[in-house]
Design a protein around this ligand. Structure first.
Ligand code: GDP
Ligand code: MN
Length: 382
């Protein structure tokens, strides 16, 4: 689960990381009230789960009630990279002297935790990685040993953090590491971590991804979850108990097994297309689950073709084919279907589809041919 900035700040402050006091609101009048309470100058910040809000106009400094009204009216309802702003966070504005970057994340490659730190914060870390890779320092932390104060101090020195900020950044790093481990996060990132003109170190932004597998240990996460926004397709998929993740391409994907679904995405990419979603049917693929899958994909207006890729192991392809035929009787699917069936009873499955004789269905023998066909169809006008 990805947290909104205001939730991330609450998460950080529960581990003692300094953040500005503020409040999240949904209405302009409330924004004005909070701005008065925290005191001017204040910042009005769009709460959407996407980076670069500043550049997109989703963050504004305000000096009066009138300016707050103007800023909040402009930001609430704004579309930032496809995310609708429903809430703004208001806090007292900080006087920034320096902006730094710190994060802790899981490094699956080295099977340990990875801390990144840079004295060039405030811009996207990917940009720093391009323009000044030497300005990012890394420390791998063995989860058994944890992070010692000495290591943190050395890392902060290596990153050439300004001397008056070092003690504060070391303390923040130790708390951030603790928040990451005890808080069961997969990622914690502060960008920017600032040094204020009065010499304080302070988190100005918060990006946190919690590990959903640990939810059972954290009943308080329910509050975080309640504010999460799934897109329409994901909401419907969840109701239908499908393993679905929305993406922004034009080829709808239905596959059985997470591994095959991932490979299908890759192959679609390989032949020059882009997937509209990830969808794993799981074991068995009867008419109900197939109809549910097609229904969800049908609501996605970017979809131009659907690629059904099934490998029959325990699942039998003739059953899957029957499922497809039944589902098509129930769902008025907008896009052409390209079907690749292989494995147990594949031949019987293909015959069932051929006998059904719908011009909506095209059968291909291999995964790569099916992907090519689906991508071709997705590129055609309709
Ligand atoms: P992001 O663009 O989505 O990463 O949003 P951030 O919360 O990181 O804010 C972007 C930029 O806005 C920061 O790097 C700051 O330069 C500026 N900003 C945010 N809050 C304040 C503040 O309290 N005071 C000042 N002076 N600038 C701020
Ligand atoms: Mn930021």
């Amino acid at each position: 689960m990805d947290l909104f900035e205001y939730q991330g700040k609450r998460f950080f402050s529960s581990y003692g990381i300094p953040t500005s006091k503020g409040e999240v609101v949904e209405e302009v009048a409330e924004a004005v009230r909070v701005a008065k309470e925290v005191g001017f100058p204040a910042v009005v910040k769009a709460q959407v789960q996407v980076g670069g809000r500043g550049k997109a106009g989703g963050i504004r400094l305000v000096n009066s009630e009138e300016e707050t009204e103007v800023a909040a009216s402009a930001i609430l309802g704004m579309d930032i990279k496809g995310h609708l702003v429903k809430r703004v966070w208001i806090e007292h504005a900080s006087d920034i002297d320096k902006e730094y970057y710190v994060s802790v994340t899981l490094d699956r490659g080295s099977k340990d935790h990875l801390i990144l730190i840079s004295s060039q914060g405030g811009v996207e870390i990917e940009e720093v990685a391009e323009s000044a890779p030497e300005a990012i320092k890394r420390l791998h932390v063995n989860p058994i040993d944890g992070l010692s104060e000495d290591e943190a101090r050395q890392l902060v020195a290596d990153a050439e953090i300004d001397s008056q900020a070092r003690q504060g950044v070391v303390e923040t790093l130790l708390k951030l590491y603790r928040a990451y481990v005890d808080g069961d996060a997969d990622l914690v990132e502060i960008n920017p971590l600032i040094l204020t003109t009065s010499g304080k170190v302070h988190a100005l932004d918060a990006k946190v991804t919690l590990d959903d597998n640990a939810a059972f240990r954290h009943p308080d996460w329910e509050d975080f979850r309640a504010a999460q926004e799934l897109d329409g397709r994901e909401k419907l998929a969840k109701e239908k108990h499908l393993n679905y993740i929305g993406l922004d391409g034009s080829v709808g994907i239905i596959a059985n097994g997470a591994g095959l679904a991932m490979s299908t995405l890759d192959v679609v990419n390989q032949v020059g297309g882009s997937a509209a979603n990830f969808l794993d049917l799981g074991g068995g693929a009867g008419a109900d689950v197939m109809a549910a899958a097609l229904e969800v994909i049908n609501t996605d207006e970017n979809v131009r073709s659907v690629l059904i890729n099934v490998f029959g192991g325990i699942t039998r392809c003739d059953q899957v084919a029957k499922g497809i035929v039944d589902a098509l009787k129930r769902v008025d699917i907008q896009s052409p279907l390209v079907v690749r069936l292989d494995g147990t009873n594949a031949q019987e499955g293909r015959e069932i589809l051929a006998n059904y004789g719908s011009d909506k269905i095209q059968v291909e023998a291999t995964m790569i041919d099916a992907a090519r066909r689906a991508v071709e169809l997705a590129g055609e006008e309709r």
